[in-house]
Ligand binder design. Structure first.
Ligand code: HEC
Length: 91
């Protein structure tokens, strides 16, 4: 009756699927967690807001540091950061 044991595991397997384990539905935030946390935490990223130009400069600098972004991800990340963490956040 090994298959019964297997069936018992099926719900747990779905927990292991990366797309299913997300506590933030925002795709921008998820992308940043995936691509931008190899070298530092997200705390460093969300510490202060910046305008669109400055976010663009930061993301391009990260790419120069070695961040690997796939096609379209650079724009997605910049747009997310500029709209959720705009320059008004500067203290
Ligand atoms: C290859 C390593 C690496 C990856 C991946 C990386 N960073 Fe960085 N990040 C750095 C280093 C090194 C610094 C400190 C030097 C600097 O600011 O350029 C830094 C600093 C920062 C800062 C603070 C800059 C400041 O002026 O205070 C922000 C914001 C940031 N990173 C955002 C990001 C974002 C967004 C991503 C994803 C696109 C990312 N990082 C991915 C290496 C990385």
């Amino acid at each position: 009756m090994k298959w019964r044991l297997f069936l018992l595991f099926v719900p747990f397997l779905s927990l292991l699927h990366p797309g299913c384990v997300s506590f933030d539905a925002s795709p921008g935030k998820r992308l940043i967690r995936k691509r931008c946390t190899a070298c530092h935490s997200t705390a460093r990223i969300y510490k202060r807001g910046r305008g669109l130009e400055e976010w663009t400069r930061v993301v391009d600098r990260m790419v120069a540091h070695g961040a690997r972004l796939e096609k379209g991800e650079r724009e997605q990340i910049i747009e997310f950061l500029a709209s959720r963490y705009p320059a008004e956040g500067v203290r």
